[in-house]
Design a binder for this molecule. Structure first.
Ligand code: SER
Length: 313
């Protein structure tokens, strides 16, 4: 396989693991990593890397041309909690970067685009349990509004210009390799770090706040899975619901306590509580399973085992 790939936002929580996996599959030299700055991650030591501002169309176009890029994974974005603190910048970054990549695809400069959406596209009027693919969507966060709008544009570019864009509504993502950057679901990563360091955790969400979650290995599998699926299998060009597990802070704490006796948790909800309260508790992802064969591997118990084992090393 000689597909040439560009990852924008390669130093982030998803980008860093996605880069490593894509390099394994497509060969290091075929996978160009880029980010607004060099982090200290492997991504820029392990293969081609460009410092790239996703909001600068000419700069993105130049990198695409230089490496003869065919597929772009656009992972740069401001997440929910950070976006609430800087709404104008979040809107600019999340929307303009998407337009730049969609327009390059419209001009046939790239062949395929991956763009991540989120459970944040749903809002307080959405049915919370087993949220369907098609339902009421009235997001109340800046991040959610940008993802909802982005979905409409992805579908529009597919319908009007035949742009092969593919998207997933990620739930909260959990990994031990790279920290998340400013989301509402970040507590579910933080809790494992604090469990290993202090055997206790203070949670910024209340104990019974259920949210859809996923282990990073599954998220990477889904991302590459939807991109490799034959074009005709991708029947939804806005974004697919995607699900693996759903739990509350109390339940994740209990799963840690089983492996690590004596672990304790207390709850001091902050502004992120109202964001979490506006999101689904669980997701119906039947369409992804039917259309392109999505299947998750990790549940809460197996994820807790992996997280604690690896963080202790
Ligand atoms: N994990 C993200 C967030 O909390 C949701 O897409 O912002």
């Amino acid at each position: 396989m000689h597909t040439r790939i560009l990852i924008i936002g390669a130093c982030g929580q998803i980008g860093s693991e996605l880069t490593a996996k894509l390099r394994e599959i497509y060969g290091t030299d075929n996978v160009v990593a880029s980010d607004i700055r060099k982090g200290d991650q492997d991504v820029f030591k392990s293969g081609p890397f460009e410092v790239l501002d996703a909001m600068n169309f000419d700069a993105v176009a130049a990198v695409v041309e230089k490496y003869e890029i065919e597929e772009v994974y656009l992972m740069a974005a401001l997440l929910s909690a950070t976006a609430e603190k800087n709404p104008a910048f979040a809107w600019d970054l999340n929307m303009n970067s998407l337009f730049h990549v969609l327009n390059l695809a419209k001009e046939n400069k790239i062949k395929k685009v991956f763009w991540p959406s989120s459970i944040a596209v749903f809002g307080p009027t959405t049915p919370r349990d087993n949220t369907p693919q098609y339902t009421v969507m009235e997001p109340s966060t800046v991040y959610g509004i940008s993802k909802q709008t982005g979905e409409r544009w992805c579908e529009y570019y597919f319908n009007k210009y035949g742009v092969d864009v593919r998207s997933i509504r990620y739930p909260g993502l959990i990994s031990w390799k790279t920290l998340p950057g400013g989301g509402t679901t970040d507590y579910a990563v933080d809790i494992y770090y604090k469990a290993v360091e202090e055997n206790k955790y203070t949670c910024f969400l209340s104990e019974n706040t259920a949210l859809p979650m996923m282990y990073m290995d599954d998220a990477i599998k889904a991302t590459i899975g939807i991109m490799q699926a034959p074009e005709e299998q991708i029947k939804i060009r806005s974004s697919y619901n995607l699900s693996a597990m759903s739990f509350t802070p109390r339940e994740i704490a209990a799963s840690i306590e089983k492996v690590q006796p004596g672990f304790t948790i207390d709850y001091v909800p902050d502004f992120r509580q109202s964001i979490a309260d506006s999101w689904p508790a669980s997701i119906d992802d039947q369409k992804a399973r039917e259309d392109w064969g999505w299947k998750h591997d990790f549940d809460l118990e197996s994820m807790t085992k992996e997280m604690l084992e690896n963080l202790k090393k």
